[in-house]
Structure formats: structure tokens, C-alpha cells
Design a protein around this ligand. Structure first.
Ligand SMILES: [Zn+2]
Length: 111
């Protein structure tokens, strides 16, 4: 793994952690002080952003996963963990090895 990739992964992880705790605390504060439904909406959006970003990383549909993430964040994360990467061109399944080698059995070399 190249150092650039490591830094990018670390940056993403840090960003997601900040979004998670920021959304959690912010949502609870809003729910208590302003409106419970607005607070719930913030929690929903926070979970949706997190799962959407992680799904998009695997070339999966951002909005479909964001919708799921808002409803069931933790089960969604677990399911996504077991889902592999998709080819960005033909959307076929790739093994982790093929993804690391940036090759698709159908398209050949991918970006
Ligand atoms: Zn392909």
C-alpha cells in the first residue's frame, strides 16, 4: 500500500468519526432544545452520510445505501462490510484481489 492511500484512508476514517459524533451530539442537543423531530432528522442524515460514503467507496449506489443507513446504520455497516467492490465500468463484482490490482475480468484494467 502506498503512503498516499494510507493517508487518504486515515483522513476518511477521521472525517467519518467527526461526522458521527458531531451528528450524534448535535442531533441530541437539537432534539432536546429545539424539536425532537428535527433532532431525529439530523441523526438520520448523519447515518445516511456515513453509510452512503462507505458504499460509494465500493462503487455502490450512494443514495440507495444512504436511505438504508438512515434507518439501520449498524446492520447496514455490517452488510456492507461483507459486500465486495464493484467494477466502476460494468458494475460486476470484483474480488478484493482484483480491486487491488485494478483489473476487472470483463473490462480489463480499470482506472
Ligand atoms: Zn468491469
Amino acid at each position: 500500500m502506498q503512503i498516499g492511500n494510507v493517508l487518504r484512508e486515515l483522513g476518511l476514517a477521521l472525517f467519518l468519526i467527526v461526522v458521527f459524533f458531531g451528528g450524534l451530539v448535535g442531533g441530541i442537543l437539537v432534539a432536546v432544545t429545539v424539536n425532537p423531530w428535527l433532532g431525529y432528522l439530523i441523526e438520520y442524515a448523519t447515518a445516511a452520510i456515513i453509510l452512503g460514503i462507505l458504499a460509494a467507496r465500493k462503487n455502490r449506489n450512494y443514495w440507495a445505501w444512504a436511505l438504508i443507513g438512515g434507518l439501520v446504520l449498524v446492520p447496514g455497516l455490517i452488510v456492507l462490510m461483507f459486500f465486495g467492490y464493484l467494477c466502476p465500468k460494468c458494475h460486476g463484482d470484483l474480488s478484493t484481489r482484483q480491486w487491488q490490482d485494478r483489473t476487472c475480468p470483463v473490462c480489463g484494467v480499470i482506472g
